[in-house]
Design a protein around this ligand. Structure first.
Ligand code: 13P
Length: 248
C-alpha cells in the first residue's frame, strides 16, 4: 500500500508573517491526518515555517533547488541550505519553471539526483499542454518526461520519488482533469516506470495529481486506484480549504 501524500505548493505567495499565520491555522486542522502532509512555502518563509511545524505532522518542502553544491550561482539556493532548515521534499520540474525559467528535462534529472543523494524526496512534475492532449500524445509525452527525469537513477531510489502529474491546462484554470483522465495518465506514467525498472519499483512509487484540485473534487480524485495524492496550488493558500483536501 502506498502512503497518500498531499502537498501544498504556495508558489510566489505569502510573506514570512503571512506564511506563519497560514501554518498556525493549518496545524490544528490537519493534526489527525494519517497521510503525509507537506507545505512548500517560498524560500523566504521556509525558516519561519520550519520552526512552526517542528513536532507536528506537517512536513516541509521547497519549490526548487540548484543542482550544484555551492558556488558562484547568484540567486540560487543549494541542497545543504535547504537540508539545514529541515526541508524533506523539493518540487522540481514544475511547468511554471519549465515555461518561464528554463527548467529542462536535463536540469530536472540533475536536481533529482542531488536531492536523492542527500536523502531528501523530489516531487517531480510532469504534464502535457492542451495542444498535446488534443493531439493524443499525452501518454507518450509524460512517459518521456518521467523517463528523462529518472535517467541514471537506481531502482531503489526511484521507489522514494514522488511524481506529480499536472496537466498544464488544468493548473490555476479551475479546469480539472476528470478523475478518469487523471487516473489513466497516471497509469501510463506508472507503466513507463515499470518498463524501465520493473513492477516492484513502479508499484512502490507514489504519483500525485495536480491542477485545480480542491475540497470539492479531492474525494473523487483520491478514490482512483492510481492516484496517491495531490499537489495543490490555489486551494493550499487557505488553511480551511487545504485541510479539507488533506482530510479528503
Ligand atoms: P492549482 O491547484 O492552483 O491549479 O495549481 C496546481 C499546481 O500547479 C500545483 O503545483
Amino acid at each position: 500500500m502506498r502512503r497518500p501524500i498531499i502537498a501544498g505548493n504556495w508558489k510566489m505567495n505569502k510573506t514570512p508573517s503571512e506564511a506563519a499565520q497560514l501554518v498556525k491555522d493549518l496545524i490544528p486542522l490537519v493534526k489527525d491526518a494519517d497521510i503525509d502532509v507537506v507545505v512548500c512555502p517560498p524560500y523566504t518563509a521556509l525558516y519561519t515555517v520550519a520552526e512552526l511545524v517542528k513536532g507536528t505532522n506537517i512536513k516541509l518542502g521547497a519549490q526548487n533547488v540548484h543542482f550544484e553544491k555551492s558556488g558562484a550561482f547568484t540567486g540560487e539556493v543549494s541542497i545543504d541550505m535547504l537540508k539545514e532548515l529541515g526541508v524533506e521534499y523539493i518540487i522540481i520540474g514544475h511547468s511554471e519553471r519549465r515555461q518561464y525559467f528554463n527548467e529542462t528535462d536535463e536540469t530536472v534529472n540533475k536536481k533529482a539526483k542531488v536531492i536523492l543523494e542527500n536523502g531528501l524526496t523530489p516531487i517531480i512534475c510532469v504534464g502535457e499542454s492542451l495542444d498535446q492532449r488534443e493531439k493524443g500524445v499525452t501518454n507518450d509525452f509524460v512517459s518521456m518526461q518521467t523517463k528523462l527525469a529518472l535517467n541514471g537513477i537506481a531502482g531503489e531510489d526511484v521507489k522514494k520519488v514522488v511524481i506529480a502529474y499536472e496537466p498544464i491546462w488544468a493548473i490555476g484554470t479551475g479546469k480539472t482533469a476528470t478523475s478518469k483522465e487523471a487516473n489513466d495518465t497516471i497509469e501510463a506514467i506508472r507503466n513507463a516506470v515499470k518498463d524501465v525498472y520493473g513492477e516492484e519499483v513502479s508499484e512502490a512509487m507514489r504519483i500525485q495529481y495536480g491542477g485545480s484540485m480542491n475540497p470539492k473534487n479531492a474525494t473523487e480524485l483520491m478514490a482512483q486506484k492510481e492516484i496517491d495524492g495531490g499537489l495543490i496550488g490555489g486551494a493550499s493558500l487557505k488553511a480551511e480549504d487545504f485541510s479539507k483536501v488533506v482530510l479528503y
